[in-house]
Write a protein that binds this ligand. Structure first.
Ligand code: DQA
Length: 169
């Protein structure tokens, strides 16, 4: 079974009350409930973690290499500062999708640079809680595409139907 890790970075535990005009009124638990439902409908396993600690995020990503086939990450403020998170994603080697609730390119200039984006397969930014839904959808597709395919059956000649065989006797 495909397993996906979702990481919420620093301060995202405050969603719902933190700058609702920027991040919306939906709290983190409600976003997580929707993600769990989406994952169960798609038949994939999900682990969701929120952390305010860069080192812990680095360790989670390091472990994901063995436990998960894709990563969805909202690195929050670490998006703009963390070479350590970037290096961890690159080293893990599993497909990663960066998500942001707000459109980071329409905000202060220090948010316009993501150190994480170059090591992710793509980025979803600016759709509120829907950024996570779209990000998880992309991660599921990436994980499925990377799954080892069963060996192709040899291209043998089509078997004759019983009716055809009988006619020849
Ligand atoms: C954020 C954008 C970041 O710039 C900010 O530091 C956050 C949240 C977002 O989801 O829009 O904490 O990642």
């Amino acid at each position: 079974m495909i397993h996906i890790l979702v990481i919420h970075g620093p301060n995202l535990q405050l969603l719902g009350t933190r700058q609702p005009s920027v991040y919306g009124r939906q709290d983190l638990e409600s976003i997580n409930r929707q993600l769990r439902q989406q994952a169960s409908q798609a038949g994939v396993g999900l682990t969701i973690v929120q952390s305010n600690h860069e080192g812990q995020i680095v360790e989670l990503i390091g472990r994901a290499k063995r436990t998960s086939q894709a990563l969805v990450i909202n690195p929050a403020a670490y998006t703009h500062t963390s070479v350590a998170v970037r290096d961890a994603i690159e080293a893990a080697g599993i497909p990663a999708v960066e998500v942001h609730l707000s459109n980071i390119y329409a905000r202060e200039s220090f948010r316009h640079q993501s150190l994480i984006a170059p090591v992710c397969r793509g980025q979803v930014s600016g759709f509120g809680a829907a950024s996570y839904r779209l990000g998880l959808e992309a991660a599921i597709e990436l994980a499925r595409a990377a799954e080892p395919q069963p060996p192709a059956r040899s291209a043998s000649r089509p078997r004759r139907s019983a009716a055809t065989s009988r006619r020849r006797h």
